[in-house]
Design a protein around this ligand. Sequence first.
Ligand code: PHE
Length: 351
Amino acid sequence: MNDRPSLQQVEEVRASAARELDAAPDIQSLDEWRIAYLGRGGRLTRILRELGGLPPDERRAVGSAANSAKSALEEDLEVRRRELHRAQASANLLAERIDVTLPGRPTPHGRLHPITETIREITEVFVSMGFGVEEGPEVELDRYNFDMLNIPKEHPARDMWDTLWIDHVDEDGSRPMLLRTHTSPMQARIMETTEPPVRVVVPGKAFRYEATDATHEWHFHQVEGLAVDEGITFSDLKGALFEFARRIFGEERRVRFRCDFFPFVEPGVDMAIDCFKCGGSGCRICGGAGWIEILGAGMVHPSVLEGVGYDSQKYTGFAFGMGVERICMLRRGIDDIRLFYSNDLRFLRQF
Ligand code: PHE
């Protein structure tokens, strides 16, 4: 008769249930607790089941105590469950907390290389005058770099361009490949595949077998220009290049054309601008001359036109070529061409 249900037993079960509930560390442990006390074989359930063996008076008293203990424990369970939920939620929040007052990590901002920027500015000027933009191969054929430009094999005019030849020998023993020494081969390539009118500028790399110094690099950039149509004259050349000079070097610029020799133009000229620093009186930038040479140009040679299948009686045109590094150096006051390609960010960040 020792474990016969009694008020005391109900009280003990209830007290121990309350203690354990308080001590439950997490939501998962609540299940074990519920099974231990309120489950089918739970301690309180067992008391209720065994009430039938009690005399009626006791049964009523113990039964009512056990029933209210049961509903009290069920209520306590819900309270504790909510408590643990809240604790879990705020623990989660704490773990995921971020400090929104921390300063962000700076993202380094890239920028254009001054040469890329200069190429874009130059091409934009010509695009605004109706020129298109094309690019061509850096590894070129002898044929386009020289022959088609009226510079035959073995002709001394080839000495004007110190050439880096590619180590490739054709079946006939010739070495026809080179790194283009200028962007002019694109004149021939473009005319060969299009009919006039032609109006195009060609930015790109050029290579020369040369010792480097403050004004020479073995590789550099040029912008080539070509316009061919019926009735194009030297005045068109002057007009286009004068406009270019003013847009790039300032509205008040004056230009000077002097005779020069390039095998693929006739007549050939070099174009100079009056010094934008001293205005022509002579300074360090212009080397005391008052004039700065910025490009070579001329009327496309009739043999070049004929070579690409154009009728030189019908069509005329002008061509020009300029060194991009030189133009950038003049505008930015840079005194050593090698700085562009030394990968020194202290230099590049200035622009
Ligand atoms: N290709 C010449 C050079 O590199 C420049 C040039 C281009 C001259 C077009 C006349 C016409 O020296």
